[in-house]
Design a protein around this ligand. Structure first.
Ligand code: IMP
Ligand code: MG
Length: 170
C-alpha cells in the first residue's frame, strides 16, 4: 500500500526555498551542478531551475541498491562531460541513507581537483547506519527510516514517476 508522505506541492515549495539558499551561497562563483542518475533526475531538474545563477550541469550514475536492501557497494559510472577543475561542485541526489553514494561521489570528484564540493538531497533519512562524518549540506526534508518512493525514488525501478513522495506500507 502506498501512503503519501509529501505532496507534489510540498516538494515544489521546498525546492523553491532550497533554490534561493543555494543561489545566495554560490553567487559570483563558477557552479557546476552534478545530478546523480537515475534517482536524482526529477529533484535535480526542479532544483536546478530554481537556482537563479549562470551554471553548468552534468550527470553521473551510480548503483548501490537492489530490492529494498543496500548492497553496500557503490558502482560508479561517471558520465561527466566537462572538466570540473577549479569549479564549485554541487552534487544533487534523491536521498541520503547510508551515505555511501555521497561519500563515493565526493571521493571520486576530489581527485579531479574542483574548487569545492557540496551536496544537496531531497530527503535525509534519520538512521544509525550512516557514519557521523558523512552528511549533506542541504536537504529538502528529514524523514524516518522507512522505504520511500516517488519523485525519482524507485522500488525495483517502479514508482520513479510518481509526482509525490510516498511510503510503501505492508
Ligand atoms: P545511500 O548510498 O545508502 O545513502 O543511499 C542512497 C541511494 O540509495 C539513493 O540514491 C537511492 O537510490 C537509494 N535509496 C536509499 N533509500 C531509499 C528509499 O527509501 N527508497 C528508494 N531508494 C532509496
Ligand atoms: Mg540513487
Amino acid at each position: 500500500m502506498l501512503k503519501e508522505l509529501y505532496s507534489h506541492r510540498q516538494v515544489e515549495d521546498r525546492i523553491v526555498e532550497l533554490g534561493r539558499e543555494i543561489t545566495e551561497y554560490y553567487r559570483g562563483k563558477d557552479l557546476t551542478v552534478i545530478t546523480l542518475l537515475n534517482g536524482g533526475m526529477f529533484f535535480g531538474a526542479d532544483l536546478i531551475r530554481s537556482i537563479d545563477l549562470q551554471l553548468t550541469i552534468d550527470t553521473m550514475a551510480l548503483a548501490s541498491y537492489e530490492n529494498k536492501e543496500s548492497t553496500g557497494i557503490a558502482t560508479l559510472r561517471s558520465q561527466l562531460k566537462k572538466s570540473v577543475l577549479n569549479r564549485h561542485l554541487l552534487i544533487v541526489d534523491d536521498i541520503l541513507d547510508t551515505g555511501l553514494s555521497i561519500k563515493s561521489t565526493i571521493e571520486y570528484l576530489q581527485k579531479l581537483h574542483p574548487a569545492s564540493i557540496k551536496s544537496c538531497v531531497m530527503l535525509r533519512k534519520i538512521n544509525d547506519r550512516r557514519p557521523e562524518d558523512i552528511d549533506v549540506d542541504w536537504f529538502g526534508f528529514e524523514i524516518p527510516d522507512k522505504f520511500v518512493v516517488g519523485y525519482g525514488l524507485d522500488y525495483n525501478e517502479l514508482y520513479r514517476n510518481l509526482p509525490y513522495i510516498g511510503v510503501i506500507e505492508d
